[in-house]
Write a protein that binds this ligand. Structure first.
Ligand SMILES: Cc1cc2nc3c(=O)[nH]c(=O)nc-3n(C[C@H](O)[C@H](O)[C@H](O)COP(=O)(O)OP(=O)(O)OC[C@H]3O[C@@H](n4cnc5c(N)ncnc54)[C@H](O)[C@@H]3O)c2cc1C
Length: 353
């Protein structure tokens, strides 16, 4: 069944992460007629962080829409603090958000765009004059592309440490999520082994408070770390690792089999740029970064804007974060209202990590 929504809205806002919500507050305060959609619940990206994960940014950098974010101990906010905060902002501003209504398609039409959404597996068609894509940059986990990665004991999400108590866990990856998971699981009393394709962790990228501890636990052999390896196969009993050089070429045919009850593949996430593609936004480079005007955030398709981490596509090296995207909101609002926004530097240019 297709439900066709008659009235054309001025703006369709897609994505209710922090930047989508900040945008919604600005649209509402400006009296712009808009509708807001999210494929899941508000803050869906933060929802899948492991429990009690701390943001690396201080609270004032990730606060949105002028609403202060206070934490219990004046430290960095946790996942739970921030989800509660997002709910508060939505309640405070009484924002209407069509949650669990993914936007599956956008097509250009004579007088704007036609969107197809899928609430509860059904189909709705909406008309909008303008579109804002705040769809984030971490829609899907990266795939390993090896046999066994879809086995039930393999996951790309680290949810609840208790699950792994006194179990053998192999973690694949060597960036913040992998290192943080390794430390947390070690302290949960899991038996942890890491496989990382590089010869050491990148001290410029790993959170400075994680690095000494992980290096020390590896040196003391309390966490096993197989540097310069990649997984080539996962079975119900073990993960098979092969040695690689710095160009990630296999060095020989010899492999090592590391026993595993659980496998966490924490090698990063990819953006879903399919809506950009469908509506005709140009995507550049390996990151598939959308083409847009820095001053207005308008893409090469007139009337289509991008906001938040969606502007970075699938970032190989993270430069676009929540904390340096707040400025997008005012740029888009100014453009929607036909004002010229001065291209001021982002409030926070360098992430605080
Ligand atoms: C563990 C971790 C810690 C982090 N810590 C920090 C930090 O300290 N500081 C910082 O600045 N950044 C941090 N980040 C990055 C930060 O979480 C993201 O930058 C932030 O969530 C981006 O906000 P966003 O609004 O741009 O996108 P997202 O929060 O990713 O929101 C995008 C939303 O769009 C929705 N969506 C996507 N496609 C569709 C569709 N087709 N239809 C409808 N809805 C759709 C999604 O469901 C999602 O809710 C961290 C990330 C991780 C993984």
């Amino acid at each position: 069944m297709i439900e066709i929504m008659d009235q054309q809205m001025d703006v369709a806002l897609i994505g209710a992460g922090p930047i989508g919500i900040e945008m919604a507050v600005a649209l509402k305060q400006a009296g712009i007629d808009y509708r807001h959609f999210d494929a899941g619940q508000i803050g869906a990206t933060i929802q899948w962080f492991p429990p009690a994960t701390h943001f690396f940014s201080s609270p004032q950098r990730i606060a949105i829409a002028g609403v202060p974010l206070q934490t219990l101990d004046q430290g960095k906010a946790t996942r739970e603090d921030y989800l509660r905060y997002l709910r508060t902002v939505v309640l405070l501003h009484d924002l209407a958000i069509n949650t669990y209504e993914p936007v599956g398609d956008i097509q250009t039409a004579n007088d704007g765009f036609v969107l197809t959404t899928h609430p509860n597996q059904t189909r709705r068609m909406w008309r909008a004059k303008r579109i804002i894509l705040a769809t984030g940059g971490t829609a899907h986990p990266r795939r390993l592309g090896i046999p066994g990665e879809d086995l039930p004991h393999v996951s790309a999400y680290f949810h609840e440490p208790h699950v792994y108590f006194r179990r053998r866990v192999v973690i694949i990856g060597g960036r913040n999520s992998a290192v943080e998971a390794a430390l947390r699981l070690h302290h949960t009393r899991a038996q942890v082994a890491l496989s990382y394709r590089r010869s050491s962790f990148d001290d410029q990228r790993i959170k400075y408070w994680l690095l000494p501890e992980i290096n020390s636990l590896i040196a003391k052999r309390e966490i096993a770390c197989w540097f310069d390896t990649v997984p080539v196969q996962i079975t119900p009993e073990y993960v098979e690792l092969a040695k690689v050089n710095e160009k990630l070429e296999r060095l020989d045919q010899q492999t090592v089999k590391v026993p595993a009850d659980h496998v966490l593949s924490l090698i990063g996430y990819e953006a879903d740029m399919s809506l950009c593609r469908k509506v005709g936004v140009n995507l550049h480079g390996v990151d598939q970064q959308p083409q847009f005007d820095e001053q207005t955030m308008q893409t090469n398709v007139p009337g289509v804007y991008v906001a938040g981490t969606a502007t970075g596509g699938t970032q190989q090296s993270f430069q676009v974060f929540l904390e340096n995207c707040h400025i997008h909101v005012q740029r888009i609002l100014a453009s929607l209202q036909g004002r010229v926004q001065q291209a001021t530097a982002p409030h926070y240019q360098e992430p605080e990590s």
